[in-house]
Each structure stands twice: as structure tokens, then as C-alpha cells.
Design a protein around this ligand. Structure first.
Ligand code: FAD
Length: 383
């Protein structure tokens, strides 16, 4: 295959962010867009995630992003022509401490003011929503029925195929090794398969975004954490229709349509590394959580466990902006544990900015200079 050596836009990384950005740019008319991926499409964090989608957040920005993302997911099949296996069983948030429940209710009032119909539910109602649930020790629950989960591979492939139809080129096994910039303006990239000239380069490199930023001489305070996750063999569907999540309980669990259950938690010690290993400690702790919360899970077998990278920032919020230091160099990274769900909306918003349009939801506060200025957007509702 002959590589086209010039592009209007080069996107680095073919996870949900890179694929959504490329699609949204092409949809607006720029067709010479190239996505460079060092491995295969969806081989990074996107293909390793829990794929939960929610609007139950504690900051206004995340609530707006979450709601807009849900609206996009609800129309994604129509827009992209492919089913992303969206299931809206809601998110059932479990609080184990009074102070936590008070904070959830405060967040609920914020969500309600923004058109997100989260409500407090009793334990009896929680058990109607989630028939397998056992949570006598919980102090309260909130629920939003439009939250849910989708298939991360189908979603990313839907973006890829829709982008391809619009002329976007995806080059796998093409690793960006350097970024060319002259007089504070990006000029292109160097890869293991040759150079590409482009006036716009987008860093959507997930767990490696800080290294890619450095190639352009841009310092961002991102780091990557390894998070583990597992999937069980199938049990009867209907045990856990919503996504169960608890911030103090440190878990999220969802049941796939075939009955398998997926669960994860924040790792002890938050290991900052790029290894993708798995541990016995996680397997044991997560299995205990399953059995305590969903007693019907007792005795079922774990089919597989794996890990992936959370790309973290000091406030667990993303960076979505153009660099001040290198014009034409854009960043979409640092999504912590919520970059899958935000993909459809962050891709649209960054594409608007790249094309010189005003993003329909303001993203100015997501510039990486906020860390220098001490303007952190701390989000309490993360696992
Ligand atoms: C266990 C786990 C559970 C999660 N659960 C959820 C969840 O329930 N909901 C949710 O919304 N999010 C969740 N996340 C977070 C979510 O997976 C990420 O935020 C999201 O996938 C980030 O997408 P991305 O496109 O930025 O990164 P990625 O999917 O990692 O894509 C980046 C791509 O860039 C490529 N790349 C890197 N460097 C280079 C280079 N130099 N040249 C070329 N290519 C390069 C990589 O190979 C990779 O394919 C979870 C993550 C993990 C690990």
C-alpha cells in the first residue's frame, strides 16, 4: 500500500477518542485525514474498558458531557449505520456512608437542574431494579435510567467504518516517533513507516499521551495507572441489569446481554506503570465483592481477567484543547476512567475546535494550562 505522505489532519491513536475525532472532522468536510495507530484499532484502553456510560456526575462539566454523550449513544446506530450494543439499564449508585449519600444527593440536585432525571431510590426499589442485589449495609442509592453501557469494540469500529466511508485512512502498526514543529507551529510527524506532513496533529494516544505530547515539546502532568477488570461465565440474565457502582465501596459491575458479568475496581496503591499484567489480589478481592453484592454469583467461574491503562490528570478530568505552545497541535487525553463514554461528544467538540468553529459545549476549562494556574476541576464521582 502506498502511504499518502501529506494530510490535512493526522490523528495519533485509534481508540475511541482518535476514531471519533477523525470521523467528526471528516463529517464536517475535511477528507484528507489519517489516523496513525502503533498497534491495532481499539487495542488500547478502549478495548479493555468496562464501557459504562453515565450522566451521574459531581461537576457541571461532566454532567453536561455525560448527558450529551448519552444523547449521542442513543442515536449512534442511526448516525454511524452500526449497532453499538447500547443497553440502558441505568446506573445504580450505592452509598455506604452518610456523608457520601449527602454528596450524591447534592450531585443529584445539580444533575436534575441540568435535565438529568436522577432520583433517590429505596433499598426495596433498588432490588426491583437489580434483582440480584444484596446491600443491607448501604445507606442509600441513586438511579438514572438513561445511563448504561455499550460494546466498546462495536462503538469504535462503527466510528472507524463511518470515517472510512468519508475517506479517512487508518494506518495500523504505524508508530509516531517524533513530531515536527517549526516556529511554534506543527508541521507533521515521523513514524516507523516514514514521515507525514500535516498542519494539524491530534494527540489521542491514551495511556501514552504524555510521551506523545513531549515529542512536540509540550509538558502535560498526565500519568498512567494500571486498572484490572474481569468477566465471569454467563449466569441467567436479569441478575444485574443496571451498572452497579460505588465510590466508597470501590466497585463497578455490569451484566452483559449474554449473562456474563464484568467488574472492576480502583487498584490498591494505584500502580503507575505501563505493564498490562493481572494479579491474584485483584481476582480475590473482586470475587469477594461479586459474591457479597450479588450472592447468586457464588460459585460461578471467572472466564478472564485483564488490565488496561487509566490516563490520569491531577483532577481526573481530561485535557481537550489546542496547545498554546505549538499551534496546530491538539490534545484529547487524560480521561481517567471515563474516556469511553465521553468519546462521542469529546470527538465532536474537538473537531469543531479544529475546524475553527465554536464547540457547542464550552471546553476552554479543559486546557492543560489549568494545572499551572491551579484551576483544578476536581470530580468526586470516580472509581
Ligand atoms: C479497566 C478499565 C475500565 C474502564 N471502564 C470505563 C468505563 O466503564 N467507562 C468509560 O467511559 N471509560 C472506562 N475506562 C476508561 C477508557 O477505557 C479510556 O478513558 C478510553 O478508552 C480512552 O480512549 P482513548 O482513545 O483516549 O485511548 P486508547 O483506547 O488507549 O487509544 C489510544 C491509542 O493510541 C495508540 N498510541 C499510543 N501511542 C502511539 C504512538 N506513538 N503512535 C501511534 N499510536 C499510538 C495506542 O496504541 C492506542 O491504541 C476504563 C479503562 C480501564 C483500563
Amino acid at each position: 500500500m502506498t502511504l499518502k505522505r501529506t494530510a490535512e489532519v493526522v490523528v495519533i491513536g485509534a481508540g475511541i477518542q482518535g476514531c471519533s475525532i477523525a470521523y467528526n472532522i471528516a463529517k464536517s468536510g475535511l477528507r484528507n485525514v489519517v489516523v496513525l495507530e502503533k498497534d491495532t484499532i481499539c487495542s488500547g484502553s478502549t478495548g479493555r474498558c468496562g464501557a459504562g456510560i453515565r450522566a451521574q456526575w459531581g461537576t457541571e462539566m461532566n454532567c453536561r458531557f455525560g448527558l450529551a454523550a448519552i444523547e449521542k449513544f442513543e442515536r449512534l446506530q442511526e448516525e454511524l449505520g452500526m449497532d453499538c450494543d447500547l443497553h440502558q439499564g441505568g446506573y445504580l449508585v450505592v452509598a455506604y456512608r452518610d456523608s457520601e449519600f449527602e454528596r450524591l444527593k447534592e450531585s443529584m440536585r445539580l444533575q436534575n437542574s441540568l435535565g438529568i432525571n436522577t432520583r433517590v431510590v429505596s433499598y426495596a426499589e433498588a432490588r426491583e431494579i437489580c434483582p440480584g442485589l444484596s446491600a443491607e449495609d448501604a445507606v442509600g442509592f441513586t438511579f438514572h435510567d438513561r445511563d448504561g453501557h455499550a460494546d466498546p469494540f462495536l462503538t469504535t469500529f462503527a466510528y472507524t467504518e463511518a470515517a472510512r466511508r468519508l475517506g479517512v485512512k487508518f494506518l495500523r502498526f504505524t508508530e509516531v516517533k517524533a513530531i515536527k514543529a517549526v516556529a511554534g507551529r506543527v508541521k507533521g510527524v515521523e513514524t516507523n513507516r516514514g514521515d507525514f506532513d500535516a498542519p494539524v496533529v491530534v494527540n489521542a494516544a491514551g495511556g501514552y499521551a504524555q510521551h506523545v505530547a513531549k515529542m512536540a515539546g509540550v509538558d502535560i502532568p498526565n500519568f498512567s495507572e494500571r486498572h484490572e477488570i474481569l468477566i465471569t461465565e454467563p449466569v441467567e440474565p436479569g441478575v444485574c441489569p443496571p451498572m452497579l457502582i460505588s465510590f466508597s465501596g470501590n466497585f463497578y459491575i455490569q451484566q452483559r446481554p449474554n449473562g456474563s458479568m464484568i467488574g472492576g475496581c480502583s487498584p490498591e496503591g494505584h500502580p503507575q506503570d505501563y505493564g498490562l499484567g493481572t494479579s491474584w489480589n485483584f481476582l480475590e478481592a473482586m470475587s469477594r465483592t461479586f459474591v457479597k453484592l450479588l450472592p447468586r454469583a457464588r460459585g460461578i467461574r471467572v472466564a478472564r481477567q485483564w488490565s488496561g491503562l487509566y490516563n490520569m490528570t491531577p483532577d481526573c478530568q481530561p485535557i481537550l484543547c489546542e496547545s498554546d505552545d505549538v499551534k496546530g497541535f491538539f490534545l484529547s487525553c487524560g480521561y481517567s476512567g471515563h474516556g469511553f463514554m465521553f468519546g462521542p461528544i469529546s470527538g465532536e467538540l474537538l473537531a469543531q475546535q479544529i475546524l475553527g468553529q465554536k464547540p457547542r459545549i464550552p471546553i476552554g476549562m479543559l486546557h492543560y494550562k489549568r494545572f499551572e494556574r491551579g484551576e483544578l476541576l476536581v470530580e468526586p464521582a470516580v472509581v
